[in-house]
Structure formats: C-alpha cells, structure tokens
Design a protein around this ligand. Structure first.
Ligand SMILES: Nc1ncnc2c1ncn2[C@@H]1O[C@H](COP(=O)(O)OP(=O)(O)O)[C@@H](O)[C@H]1O
Ligand SMILES: [Mg+2]
Length: 281
C-alpha cells in the first residue's frame, strides 16, 4: 500500500476570517514497510498531515493516494481505503470509553461481517500482540488500568483491523521510560512483519533508534525528507531550525568542546560507545 502525496495543501476554515494555512504544496512518497518519523515544532502541521494521509481530512488542493487510489476521487469507494490504515491519535487513552477492555478493542469490528467468535479471536490476538493477557484483561474497565496498559489497549483497538499502515501521533509522550521502550519495541516488531509505521514524535532519541527516515515540517512546509542519520546526526541543521537535539548529539558536542572529536557524528548510544572506545584506544 504505497502512499503518494502530491502538491498537497490544506487550509482550515478556508474562506472565513479564521482561515489557517496548515500545509503548503507537500510532495512525498512512502513505500511499503518503511518506518518514518515526522518532526517539527508545535503547530507546524504534523497532525494535519497524518490526518490527510489517513483520509480523515480532505485536501484543499493536491492529493493523497494509497496504492494508486485517491481517497477523494469519485471512482474510489470512499470507505474501503481507511480500513488499511490504523490511526492512533494523541493521548489515545482518553478515547477509551467502553465498559470493558474487550468491548473497547472490538469497537472497530462492530460493523464488519465477522461472526462473534471471529471478533473474539481477533480481539484476543490484538491484546496478546500488545503484550496483554486476554483472559486477565478482557473484563476489566479500561479506566482501571495503568497509563501504559491503557495505551496498549488503545493500540490493540487499532491493530484489531490488521492495518497495513500504522500512523501514530506522539505515541510515547507521557509514558514512563520503561513503557516507552516496550512500546517502541512493539512498533519495531510490527515493522519487521511488514507494517508501515509513520510516527510523529518530539523524542529525537527514540526516532534515532527506531525510524529509518525523517520528515521535517516547518510552518506547513516540508523542509527536509532524508534518512534518519542524515537528519538527526546533523546538529547544525537541528539547531538552525530549533528542533532540539538527541542526547547522543549533546554528548558528542560536549566531547568536541573538550577537544575530543569523533570522526563521524554517531546517531545512537551504541554508535557513540563504539566511537568513544575507538577514539580512546
Ligand atoms: N481544527 C482546527 N481549526 C483551525 N486551525 C487548526 C485546527 N487544527 C489545527 N489548526 C492549526 O493548523 C496548524 C497546524 O496544526 P497541527 O497540524 O495540529 O500542528 P502540529 O501537530 O505540528 O502541532 C496550526 O496553526 C494550528 O493552530
Ligand atoms: Mg499535533
């Protein structure tokens, strides 16, 4: 299910005094099985972009196509495409609303022709996939769970439709470090099985470890689209655009201020360790 974004622009409340031009003339393609990070300052258009990619907003101009089919063309059955894309919104746990975990996860399957035994099996699979024991959790009220568990239930509610593409809006924000780590490993395992992952995050360290490609938005423009290494190991670029830096980048800068210059900027903690050992040998 490759994604193609062509000359995509989006304006909120167009034609009113409140109109906001959120995205301007974006062009990009996403192949099957990629793991993409989207970064940029608050208000730069990240959430708008993923809603357009998921077909939840209609472009003001330009188009988004999935497997060659345009969401909003008259020829495409409008409600077929979104089933291939699972979207996890920001703070998804606030959207849990059913009385039990099982009902919440099953919600997206409600209007499908699946028999109730099949729904049950799919819910079991989704919960076990996110590391929650079906028997233990199915009857619990979602709001009685820990933050990390609630987010896993929300993810199970998206996975239950078996999407080819998983789009996540700041999925690790607000989780403790251990839950963040577990969550990112879960994404890696989906990605290893061929699921395309598109993830907005302010956590550059997490993206350095997990994403393969980074899209950088600034004031609604796509200002960079390159490999994770090219973008996140480029401390000058990150500084110029006020994007923060990775911890590895900060340590590398600190070392160079102490006259310890590493031959090429490391991207991950492991690369930093190897480069340091080599430099000190
Ligand atoms: N529903 C909305 N109505 C009007 N303007 C909006 C709406 N949602 C977002 N915007 C505006 O669109 C721009 C991009 O917002 P958004 O995509 O949410 O950015 P990000 O996710 O990068 O923080 C911002 O200027 C924001 O204020
Ligand atoms: Mg946002």
């Amino acid at each position: 299910m490759p994604i193609k974004v062509s000359d995509l622009s989006f304006t909120y409340a167009q034609g009113t005094p409140w109109q906001v031009g959120a995205l301007h003339q974006l062009n990009l393609s996403i192949a099957d099985g990629e793991f993409i990070g989207i970064i940029g300052k608050t208000g730069c258009g990240k959430s708008t972009l993923i809603q357009l990619i998921a077909g939840l907003l209609k472009p003001t101009s330009g188009s988004v196509s999935l497997d060659g089919q345009n969401f909003f063309s008259a020829k495409t059955p409008r409600f077929d495409l979104p089933k291939k894309i699972g979207v996890l919104f920001q703070n998804p746990e606030i959207q849990l609303f059913e009385t039990t975990v099982e009902k919440d996860v099953a919600f997206a399957l409600e209007h499908t022709p699946l028999a109730s035994s099949q729904v049950k099996e799919q819910v079991r699979w989704a919960l076990e996939t996110v590391g929650l024991n079906y028997e233990k959790f199915k009857e619990l009220p979602p709001l009685s769970l820990s933050g990390g568990e609630m987010r896993r239930v929300a993810v199970a509610g998206v996975l239950v439709i078996k999407p080819d593409i998983l789009v996540l809006d700041e999925p690790i924000a607000g989780l403790d470090p251990k839950s963040q780590d577990g969550f990112l490993r879960l994404l890696d395992s989906f990605n290893a099985n061929g699921t395309t992952i598109i993830m907005i995050s302010h956590n550059l360290d997490a993206l350095a470890e997990h994403a393969k490609r980074i899209l950088v938005l600034e004031d609604g423009f796509l200002i960079r689209d390159a490999s994770t290494r090219e973008v996140l190991a480029d401390s000058q670029f990150l500084e110029k655009h006020n994007l923060g830096s990775t911890q590895v980048g900060q340590i590398t800068d600190g070392l160079s201020k102490c006259n310890l210059h590493l031959p090429s900027p490391p991207l991950t903690g492991q690369e930093l360790c190897s480069a340091l050992l080599e430099a000190l040998a």
